[in-house]
Design a protein around this ligand. Structure first.
Ligand SMILES: [Zn+2]
Length: 256
């Protein structure tokens, strides 16, 4: 787009196609953003360089200083020309930030010669991974008031997200922060393990559902990823995992 870009401007047709693809109309948590993309113009560049923009209401002054909001939606389009990755962040006041990253900077990107695309936005519990189709580790979580969520992990792609049944949004979760909480709950201090968040995926079978739920509960308290009216119910600890924890023994859960 170059330096001469003027604001406010309309979304380009390809920006609109890619962004609306991440926002399925039949899912309430995403469709409210479709309305915003229909009403608001691109008002400014974001702070993260090429491809990062802010759409905003006409009365809003684009804010590039507040902490970057959490990721709402993410998808990838693989083309013969390279990978296009598209992200939309959660609403901040009367603005929404998006990012479309593509390989050839300063050239117009296109989805011609598209090979494959995937996004979290259409996934439902018990389906395979949206990226690789492999089967997933799923952990159901409920609040005391009956809100329902599913934590999903793909070890193959090293992806982690939480499905919210009420909004039908799949919230991508950053691995490092989640893994930190898991290590705190497990009292793991060995830096070789505690600092290597990729181990979440290789060691996944070692963690019972309860550990993953606890890690999500404290992660969500710190980052407020998903607003909860009531706390999430944490499963009881089995006697064997209690024994394992106090003795420091660490076995894959499937042999306990
Ligand atoms: Zn996968």
């Amino acid at each position: 787009m170059g330096e001469a870009e003027l604001f406010p401007r309309e979304l380009t047709p390809i920006e609109r196609e890619l962004l609306l693809w991440l926002l399925p109309e039949d899912r309430p948590g995403y469709s409210e953003y479709r309305t915003l993309f229909a009403q608001w113009m691109v008002a400014a560049r974001g702070r993260r360089g090429e491809g990062n923009y802010i759409i905003a209401a006409p009365t809003e002054r684009p804010d590039n200083e507040s902490p970057l909001p959490q990721l709402l939606a993410h998808g990838v389009v693989e083309t013969r020309g390279g990978r296009i990755s598209i992200s939309i962040r959660e609403r901040l006041g009367d603005q929404v930030e998006f990012e479309i990253m593509y390989p050839q900077l300063n050239k117009v990107f296109s989805v011609e010669n598209e090979l494959h695309r995937w996004t979290y936005s259409y996934w439902l519990p018990s389906q395979g991974c949206p990226a690789c189709k492999n089967s997933l580790r799923e952990v159901a979580m409920n609040t005391t008031a009956g809100q329902r969520f599913v934590l999903a992990v793909c070890s193959n792609d090293k992806l982690l997200w939480v499905y919210d049944e009420a909004t039908k949004v799949n919230h991508p979760i950053p691995t490092t922060n989640f893994y930190n909480e898991l290590m705190l709950h497990n009292n793991t201090r060995d830096p070789k393990i505690a600092l290597d968040s990729k181990r979440l995926f290789t060691d996944l079978a070692m963690y019972p559902d309860r550990d993953l739920v606890l890690a999500f509960v404290t992660y969500n308290k710190l980052r407020a990823k998903i607003p909860l009216n009531q706390p999430i119910v944490v499963p009881e600890e089995s006697q064997l995992s209690f024994f394992k924890r106090i003795t420091g023994l660490f076995f894959p859960t499937n042999i306990l």
